[in-house]
Design a protein around this ligand. Sequence first.
Ligand SMILES: Cc1cc2nc3c(=O)[nH]c(=O)nc-3n(C[C@H](O)[C@H](O)[C@H](O)COP(=O)(O)OP(=O)(O)OC[C@H]3O[C@@H](n4cnc5c(N)ncnc54)[C@H](O)[C@@H]3O)c2cc1C
Length: 415
Amino acid sequence: MKGFLSTNDKVHCCGCESCKQVCAHDAITMVEDEEGFRYPKIDKSKCVNCGLCKLVCSYESEIKKHSEEKYVFGGYHKSIDVRDKSTSGGAFTAIVEAFCDDNYVIFGAKSEGLNVYHDYVESKNEIDAFRKSKYSQSNMQESYKQVKEFLQKGKKVLFSGTPCQISALEKFLMKTDRKNLLTVEVVCEGVPSPHYVKKLDDYFNKKYNSRIKSLDYRYKKTKKFFKTVYGHWDFQVMSIVLNNGKHLKKDRWFNPFWKLWLEHLMSRPSCYECLFATSDRCADITLGDLWGVHLYCPELYGDNLGCSLVIGNSDKGKSIIKNAEKFMFGHKLDFNTALKYQSPMRKTINTNEKREDFLKDLCDERMTYKKIVKKWYKKPSLKLLWSKYIWGNRQKICFWNLKNRKRGIKNGESN
Ligand SMILES: Cc1cc2nc3c(=O)[nH]c(=O)nc-3n(C[C@H](O)[C@H](O)[C@H](O)COP(=O)(O)OP(=O)(O)OC[C@H]3O[C@@H](n4cnc5c(N)ncnc54)[C@H](O)[C@@H]3O)c2cc1C
């Protein structure tokens, strides 16, 4: 297969930026297209045709993946505070805790307003900025170069990102010694066009005279009712804080973002043919939500505060996970069962034939956020609301417990 630099076909560019970072002549810049996705552009006057940009492209040569037997763990961090601040069950924090000794750096995705970018920290106490999934493609800055420099200086490096970013780093490092490197990827269902949140920002600016200061796609703030703890992990609440201090929240089924994105109306073209949507993985460790937890291990549902799927792909990854387990509640899981609930590890996302029309509207300056939502977003049906809110996972588990307690079956045991 050939990459975008050879074919100019956008399906063959995941925007990982390895070509830009490897170019010693600064001949490559990343340029936003009309849909808001960034693609490399070569300045012919600076290019010396060395071919390095193609050498580090995941589309141009074979991608090395771990195909050995996996070690799978499901669970959540022992600290409620960590779970509150994390997307899933806080496994990322447990992995960092297990990895760090005294000479390390940690790379991950940060956000400032709507801007998402990769950066590093030199203390595990500063990983808060990496916590929480930012559902937007991260600008990689100089991160692959920095990883290489740190490894050459003998530092331990934990690099986290999407699967395509991990593959990009692996290609970029070429012959660099990787013994001090741990790669951690998130399961990824693709990245949406950044125009959506820009339109949302314009809408708030018009309505409240203030722009978005911070955006949390998976707000979980714990509530306590008498002695019971309640979270909203399943409802994927989006929380937005504006510069004027206004705090807005919207949950999963009433939020046009989740509906439109998960219908695959605005994903990056390459995500529809993702090279990484397989059970063999590039990274040492894969992290995701433990979807299906209420069906096959309800004892890990944990008050709806989030649960993590943690997969060790390499020996290095497996040994770190085993060390990280002391920071978590949970247990070993069967890989094939977990895989059933993780479609991004089995197949690419479906193409939506309306994508082109939707993006035309999204990119049209005359189409405001309100107009887009009115045209494209359908409110949830009563049937769906019943099954999600009234007869939701929490209620299903309570019912399961009551029914099985009478029959003497404990949580997690199959009948
Ligand atoms: C774009 C995207 C799509 C995802 N899709 C799925 C999915 O379909 N199914 C599923 O089970 N899980 C998915 N995830 C992963 C999931 O949302 C959690 O990130 C993961 O389970 C880790 O949660 P945690 O509680 O362990 O860690 P947290 O502490 O919340 O850690 C977040 C981790 O995600 C990384 N990260 C955050 N945003 C980005 C970004 N924009 N680009 C690269 N890395 C980022 C951080 O560097 C950090 O390593 C997705 C994540 C992203 C970023």
